[in-house]
Design a protein around this ligand. Structure first.
Ligand code: IPE
Ligand code: IPE
Ligand code: MG
Length: 254
């Protein structure tokens, strides 16, 4: 028998490589804490440890870019003490974690609307970005006060203010994540199956993986599960399976 002719061609189209860019909606911190009768902020603190683990696991696995959703444009609607707690946590975590991230060769970018952020938070962000600006082994984008609609609107406003035409190409260059390729894989933890105003423009052709794990519980095994699900997908980008197969193994001349 000549091998498995039914499945072999399909395997050629599957992205056996690890995703270059993973984006994550880190959801479920509050529920993780509530289940333990703890204040929600404890879940957010635990979420930072989970993120540190995830950065290491992604880097080890050969992923080059990780983009995480840490605070959405809509999260301002939460109770004031949770919002203040999240802002304080960001400022604290940036101060505490940047030296190690820097030592590990991670370049940090904060992506989102800077207006509305306190002087303290802005100073921490500026320090983190300038300290790590020459690192190139891994990029960590932290979406903070970010919304996909905000991003599209700010890109359009930027172009309009310069009198430039609004095309897909010019928009790509003006978007907040213009410094990286679009995410290959978008993961959402916490069991919800929605985008919640994350990377609306950039996820046009991403593969999605929804995990029931709450973000603080998202460990290396869970990441592995998401990557192997990604590797089972056929990314067609509008083409047919047959086209992809012939591109992967063009007919040999006789
Ligand atoms: C995600 O966890 C973190 C932020 C939105 C800041 P949540 O705080 O949304 O956790 P759940 O969804 O309430 O469990
Ligand atoms: C999305 O989570 C935002 C972040 C993870 C930062 P939310 O918990 O805010 O999303 P919704 O409100 O349940 O859609
Ligand atoms: Mg949530």
């Amino acid at each position: 028998m000549k091998g498995n002719v039914l499945f072999a061609p399909l395997a050629l189209n599957m992205p056996a490589t690890v995703p270059h860019h993973i984006a994550i909606v880190m959801d479920g911190n509050g529920r993780w804490a509530s289940k333990r009768f703890l204040p929600r902020i404890v879940g957010h603190k635990q979420g930072i440890d989970s993120l540190k683990r995830c950065v290491k696991a992604c880097a080890r696995r050969g992923v080059k870019v990780l983009t995480v959703f840490a605070f959405s444009s809509e999260n301002w609607s939460r109770p004031a003490d949770e919002v203040t707690g999240l802002m304080d946590l960001l400022a604290m975590a940036v101060g505490r974690e940047v030296p190690q991230l820097h030592a590990d060769g991670v370049r940090l970018h904060f992506v989102g609307d800077r207006s509305g952020l306190s002087v303290n938070v802005l100073a921490g962000i500026a320090r983190a970005e300038s300290t790590t600006q020459d690192n190139s082994s891994f990029i960590l984008n932290i979406c903070f006060n970010y919304g996909g609609r905000w991003d599209i609107a700010q890109a359009a406003a930027q172009l309009a203010s310069q009198g430039l035409p609004l095309t897909e190409d010019s928009m790509n260059k003006a978007m907040a994540l213009a410094h990286v390729a679009d995410p290959d894989l978008v993961i959402r933890t916490g069991g919800e199956q929605r985008i919640s105003n994350f990377l609306l423009w950039q996820s046009a052709y991403s593969e999605f993986f929804f995990s029931d794990k709450l973000w603080p519980d998202f460990d290396q095994a869970a990441l592995e599960e998401a990557i192997s699900a990604y590797q089972q997908r056929e990314r067609r980008f509008g083409k047919t399976s047959a086209q992809l197969q012939s591109e992967a193994s063009p007919p040999t001349e006789t």
